[in-house]
Design a binder for this molecule. Structure first.
Ligand code: ZN
Length: 136
């Protein structure tokens, strides 16, 4: 496998509105989308920086993955997402290389992308996501 670019960087925040205002007022970036991903118990806000996006993540519940992350480690960088082609076969390849996968199969993420997470134990402590644009 070979990622084509960094699709986005996910940042866990306590208050999405506050964080959006900061990104807009401080960096001059424009939030173009706010989306709730129910099964992940998060609300997300997206900004484009060139080809790469910043994904701000606010937990909608203390027992969701972002809620637990903030409780343990505080606000900050939560994950790194690579854009890839052929996500399903990439996952097979990683499995053969004995990389620990959180998602064995692609699933639906924010923005309609097909996504899968790799376990941070296998990736030097960085939760890593692979994203693929669904075929039209
Ligand atoms: Zn993500």
């Amino acid at each position: 496998m070979k990622p084509t670019h960094i699709e986005h960087i996910g940042i866990a925040v306590e208050n999405l509105e506050e964080a959006i205002a900061f990104y807009e007022n401080t960096f001059g970036l424009e939030c173009y989308s706010i989306e709730e991903v129910k099964d992940q118990k998060v609300r997300t806000a997206f900004f484009k920086v060139g080809e790469t996006k910043i994904e701000l993540l606010e937990s909608t519940s203390p027992d969701g993955p972002i809620g637990k992350f903030i409780e343990k480690r505080g606000q900050g960088v939560h994950h790194l997402a690579f854009a890839v082609n052929g996500l399903a076969s990439n996952l097979e390849e990683l499995k053969e290389k004995e990389v620990r996968l959180i998602d064995e199969k692609p699933r639906k993420g924010a923005e309609g992308l097909n996504i899968a997470f790799l376990h941070p134990k296998s990736t030097f402590g960085v939760l890593t996501e692979l994203c693929e644009k669904p075929k039209e």
